[in-house]
Ligand binder design. Structure first.
Ligand code: HEC
Length: 156
């Protein structure tokens, strides 16, 4: 599609941001900018989070505190999408970036509390931290998942 001047959409703003970011990246990265059909790193990160949450539930049920501490630390330090994808996401989230980052921070803090509770073998504190962690997942999903899927996956 030849570049023609049109009104800015979040997608075009994202492309512009990626061009700016291009100075920080090898040239190939800007040329390989993912489109709507490309799988997103965020989707894989989320699937891994879902898997680790199941591991945490299982560990709590078995009172396997070392296992809970391990998955909780992995949830707290989950990988981030590559820079170009991050810029696309933040361009899309726009004025709600504060909320989006807030949920991510809440998830990080609650996962750390879960890891610490597990290290103390404090089951009650672990369950409270786990509930708080689920609250962060749910909060972000309720606000962002549907519009996100529509924007990046064409509603699929
Ligand atoms: C800051 C926002 C945010 C937080 C916090 C968050 N998610 Fe997500 N999650 C998303 C978005 C956006 C999607 C949609 C991604 C997509 O469609 O590619 C998603 C999708 C998912 C999916 C579906 C992935 C798929 O296969 O389509 C799972 C599972 C998931 N999240 C698990 C979690 C868990 C578990 C947590 C908490 C530990 C969590 N998420 C926290 C934003 C968030």
């Amino acid at each position: 599609m030849p570049p023609t001047p049109r009104t800015p959409t979040p997608r075009r703003v994202a492309v512009a941001l990626m061009i700016v970011a291009g100075s920080l990246l090898p040239a190939a990265d800007a040329a390989d900018a993912p489109d709507r059909t490309a799988p997103m790193a965020l989707t894989t990160i989320m699937r891994d989070l879902g898997h680790d949450m199941q591991g945490a539930t299982d560990g709590i049920a078995r009172e396997d505190w070392p296992a809970v501490a391990t998955v909780a630390a992995r949830i707290a330090d989950h990988p981030q999408p590559p820079l170009a994808e991050k810029l696309r996401i933040l361009a899309f989230v726009g004025k709600d970036t504060g909320h989006f980052r807030g949920y991510d921070q809440q998830a990080h803090d609650a996962a750390q509390q879960l890891a610490q509770a597990a290290q103390r073998q404090d089951g009650t504190a672990a369950i409270a931290a786990f509930a708080n962690l689920q609250g962060a997942c749910l909060g972000c999903h309720q606000q962002f998942r549907k519009p996100f899927r529509e924007h990046f996956h064409g509603g699929r």
